[in-house]
Design a protein around this ligand. Structure first.
Ligand SMILES: *Cc1c(COP(=O)(O)O)cnc(C)c1O
Length: 384
């Protein structure tokens, strides 16, 4: 089939050419650590820690098709994916430039662990392309950004960063967890490596921990070698659940996009909120960038309650449909407080300076009816 398939078709089928006769439509779970081996064969053995179990292979091919990548690989968590992708391109003595607006666990990995491996990291405010150039050293090898960011949904324009990486010979790594390949495909914007916490939208049902890397074949080969020796392979059942989840990725994300915009617009009319952060609202600092580069703005949004931390607590206690829980990207609406989760290690002053004052709530909007989510938020605001 030569025509380029749409994203929904790719999410359901991966590569439809590869279908043999009498194959089950739903894949079996190969819950097996090992496989029979032809006697005398020197070919690589099938062993689930090697990432070549059929369930692992199927989802890797599907993600590669969605991202427009040569190859992809799933590993045991999003953190595992970030760690291995960087270890695949960095060596002791190398310098990494990282956006300062990144997932808390990744910040800890870079700030606390990479130093022990002789990898030096500088955190850069990612809004001005010239700041990247200014922070460069002779040993700089790579740039890492997350977009859209957590929890303020800043959308980073990759084009100038990618241009800098090309002229300076740097590798550009992008954590695209919030966007998914339905809303944004970093490789089409000059990135070299895409990273996902598959725990979130790719699986989409809050029942699996997994991560993924998509890139050119030699990079994925390097990640694969690291995965094998650092023991990061995904369990077959987790792979099977992701296979099931990814089939509906396109429709889920389209619905998250609609509900996200609807709820954000409603939030913007509520006097209890001092601020609403959603890149699909013209009031968002990256509205123009989002309109240009994203297909949709997704189901993540943040609001700042005028009532501060106490107001946030009252709101959370009153919710009936939305659950108070960390994480995101599932079918159910979750609300979390960054002051107690991703940004708990900062002081209240540091958080306020980062634009994350106490009273900020992050919503991961699920697939419920938008009217019901709005009604739930409305009744939770009533006592404030
Ligand atoms: C959750 C998350 C991670 C870490 O993923 P895990 O699957 O929890 O290890 C990394 N980056 C982003 C943007 C995330 O939201």
């Amino acid at each position: 089939m030569k025509q380029r398939l749409g994203l929904s078709t790719r999410a359901v089928h991966g590569n439809p050419d590869a279908r043999p006769d009498w194959a089950p439509i739903a894949p079996p779970i190969y819950q097996s650590s090992t496989f029979t081996n032809p006697i005398g064969s020197t070919a690589e053995v099938l062993y689930t820690r090697y990432g070549n179990n059929p369930n692992q292979v199927a989802i890797a091919q599907r993600l590669a098709a969605l991202e427009g990548a040569e190859a992809a690989l799933f590993v045991g968590s999003g953190m595992g994916a970030v760690a291995l992708a960087h270890l695949a391109v960095l060596r002791p003595g190398d310098h990494l430039l990282s956006s300062e607006w990144i997932y808390g666990g990744v910040h800890r990995l870079f700030a606390q662990e990479f130093g022990r491996l002789g990898i030096d990291v500088t955190f850069v405010s990612p809004t001005h392309a010239r700041d990247w150039k200014r922070a460069m050293k002779k040993t700089t090898r790579a740039i890492f950004v997350e977009t859209p960011t957590n929890p303020l949904l800043r959308v980073i324009d990759l084009e100038p960063v990618a241009t800098l990486c090309q002229t300076e010979g740097l590798v550009l790594l992008v954590d695209s967890t919030f966007a998914t390949p339905i809303n944004f495909r970093p490789l089409e914007h000059g990135a070299d490596i895409v990273i996902h916490s598959a725990t979130k939208y790719l699986n989409g049902h809050s029942d699996v921990i997994a991560g993924a890397v998509a890139a050119a074949e030699p990079v994925i080969e390097e990640v694969r070698k690291l995965m094998q020796v650092w023991g990061q392979a995904l369990d077959p059942l987790a792979a099977w659940l992701i296979d099931r989840g990814m089939r509906t990725l396109a429709v889920r994300v389209e619905r998250h996009n609609q509900t996200g915009l609807r709820v954000a617009q409603w939030c913007a009319t509520q006097s209890a909120f001092a601020a609403v952060h959603y890149p699909g609202l013209p009031s968002h600092p990256d509205y123009d960038t989002a309109q240009r580069v994203l297909t949709g703005c997704g189901g993540m949004l943040a609001v700042e309650l005028k009532g501060g931390a106490r107001g946030a607590e009252r709101f959370l206690r009153a919710l009936k449909i939305a659950a108070h829980a960390p994480s995101l990207g599932g079918v159910e609406t979750l609300v979390s407080e960054p002051r107690l989760t991703s940004h708990a290690s900062l002081t209240p002053e540091e958080r306020a300076r980062a634009g994350i004052p106490d009273g900020l709530l992050r919503f991961s909007l699920g697939l419920e009816d938008a009217d019901d989510i709005i009604a739930d938020f409305t009744q939770a605001l009533a006592p404030l």
